[in-house]
Write a protein that binds this ligand. Structure first.
Ligand code: ADP
Length: 543
């Protein structure tokens, strides 16, 4: 017997058409560089995304060609999320927080043909333009200024295009629609390519009631960058459900976010813990009658908030709950689209006291539907007893099975086809994952990666340094910050932190990636196999 269902490919184009037909009046508001607000409707978004797709085809875009974006969160970036795949292209979001050298390398690795860029980011583009030649650089005038000579003008391209006559590119549901790069532990970043199918399934799962539960009546504020892990997939879900969107543009300072939340109160928001920490501290400080900001802001009553990308401290969850805002913690990675687990109040917790609920909310949470999760220890698979620890391994239809043009290796994928996440955790009998460590040698500061191995290599390239090991130290504001343990050569004078800073900036590190602290040690402790024994350094300097 055969199933009788139609075999219609899952498609982002369906979401775009749905938005234009069913929700033409839903608003999309973007905060511009001068902090003013500009509002479009979903009807305009639908026409403009189709116009972009038509313009890209006129420029010669072929199926599977990569179109990079270098943009803040705003309406035109959303148009790229849908317009590029509609034309048959693959949207490749470049991460503007990376160093220019890294951005240029990534654009080259992805073989990006075109670039869509905010005019305010052109100074960054000039710093990596020599590393990769885009056939066309299309400038979106986010600031409202005239587009400089030598670049294509996004608005002019859209104005000349024919959204009504546009025909969607034929596609299979497994064709790629978007691409993001992950930070490499060692070596270069690696590309992950998402398909129509994976993106739609991920958006549907995210929209379920226990997770972000997107409703048409929601007002969504995505603070999470659209240039990192597809903004956790919420732009797709929002378009699917016609949800009002409020984009913060480049203004992510707590004062700015609180101003925006007061002006356009969201019912759902998302961001990394660092941003939420700054927000609540600023808000609470303003409650003091002597504060110059007293009475300036209101926190949206009943707002739901999805926080992830780094561990969410229980204190942060409690601080928001005091204001009636519940933080839902999510765990995942670029490779997992990214949502893989969510800590939500499971039915098993209905009789649990508040302390227990907070404790659970501070865990990574429960695997979402379609994601299989297991814990692999040194001695095999670990039971879900809340104690046994091992590496989290996952598989599912929105989890990558390989990297773009990189051979599949056993340090990233198991022989039986699971992704090795490099995160170490236990799972308890209720299915709650608790992350305890990370095997990948990376530091996550404010939601962005710093490679400890790259820092060590750069430090060891300094003529006065014999050895250097870099570890993550917990930080209240940034979640983690780098600490460098340095062994100076016997006949050398120890460089100062400022000298090291200049040296590292010269090696292509961004300012925020520089170590906060240096410790001078006699030797880096080693394991029996001769590797840096960072656990010993953590015990010594972190306690
Ligand atoms: P993103 O930052 O978008 O989640 P990345 O691929 O840059 O994606 O980072 C994924 C990594 O971030 C995870 O492997 C894990 O180490 C860390 N991470 C993400 N969410 C959490 C969380 N809730 N708790 C602890 N670590 C997390």
């Amino acid at each position: 017997m055969q199933a009788t269902m139609m075999n219609i490919p899952l498609s982002l184009n369906h979401l775009l058409e749905r938005a234009g037909t069913l929700f033409p009046q839903s608003p999309i508001t973007s905060r511009l560089p001068d902090k003013s607000l500009r509002t479009h409707t979903f009807g305009q978004f639908h026409r403009r995304a189709r116009a972009l797709a038509s313009a890209l085809q006129t420029l010669g875009l072929k199926k599977g060609d990569r179109v990079a974006t270098l943009s803040w969160n705003h309406h035109a970036h959303l148009e790229c999320y849908f317009g590029i795949p509609a034309a048959g292209g693959v949207m490749h979001t470049l991460n503007l927080r990376l160093s220019p050298d890294e951005i240029g390398w990534i654009a080259g690795d992805a073989q990006d043909r075109f670039l869509v860029i905010d005019d305010v980011l052109l100074p960054l583009y000039q710093q990596f333009a020599h590393l990769h030649r885009f056939e066309k650089v299309i400038v979106f005038s986010f600031s409202g200024a005239a587009v400089p000579a030598g670049f294509a003008d996004y608005e002019a391209l859209l104005a000349q295009a024919d959204p009504d006559g546009f025909q969607y590119a034929d596609h299979d549901e497994n064709d790629p629609v978007a691409m993001c790069y992950t930070s490499g532990t060692t070596g270069r970043p690696k590309g992950v390519a998402y398909s129509h199918r994976s993106t739609i399934l991920h958006a549907l799962v995210g929209c379920l009631g226990d997770f972000w539960g997107l409703k048409g009546t929601d007002v969504l504020l995505p603070v999470t960058p659209m240039f990192h892990a597809n903004c956790w997939g919420v732009p797709y879900g929002a378009v699917m459900m016609g949800v009002e969107l409020v984009f913060p543009g480049p203004h992510l300072h707590p004062d700015d976010l609180l101003d925006l939340m007061t002006q356009k109160p969201p019912s759902l928001s998302l961001g990394v813990p660092t941003i939420w920490m700054g927000l609540i501290q600023t808000f609470d400080a303003a409650q003091n009658p002597s504060s110059p900001n007293h009475g300036r802001w209101k926190l949206p009553a009943g707002m739901r908030s999805l926080v992830g990308g780094a561990a969410v401290p229980e204190a942060l969850i409690r601080a928001f709950d005091k204001h009636g805002i519940w933080l839902l913690q999510g765990w995942g990675m670029t490779e997992t689209s990214p949502l893989a687990t969510v800590s939500y109040p499971k039915a098993d917790l209905k009789d649990a006291d508040l302390d227990e609920r907070y404790r659970r909310a501070a865990m990574a949470g429960v695997p979402v539907p379609l994601v299989d999760l297991r814990i692999q220890g040194d001695e095999g698979l670990q039971p879900w007893d809340g104690k046994s620890v091992g590496e989290i391994q996952v598989r599912g239809p929105f989890i990558t099975g390989s990297y773009h043009q990189v051979p599949v290796t056993e340090d990233k994928f198991t022989q039986d086809g699971w992704l090795r996440t490099g995160d170490v955790a236990s799972v308890d009998a209720l299915g709650f994952v608790k992350i305890s460590d990370r095997t990948k040698d990376l530091i996550k500061s404010g939601g962005e990666w710093i490679s400890s191995v790259d820092l060590e290599n750069a430090l060891m390239a300094h003529p006065a340094v014999a050895e250097a090991a870099v570890i993550a130290i917990p930080d209240e504001k940034w979640s983690e910050r780098p600490l460098a343990c340095v062994v100076v050569k016997p006949d050398a004078v120890a460089p100062t932190a400022a000298e090291f800073g200049a040296h590292l900036l010269g090696k292509g590190f961004a300012k925020w990636q520089l170590p906060d602290r240096y410790e001078w040690i006699d030797a880096v402790p080693r394991t029996s196999t001769g590797k840096f024994w960072k656990m010993r350094l953590r015990e010594r300097f972190v306690g």
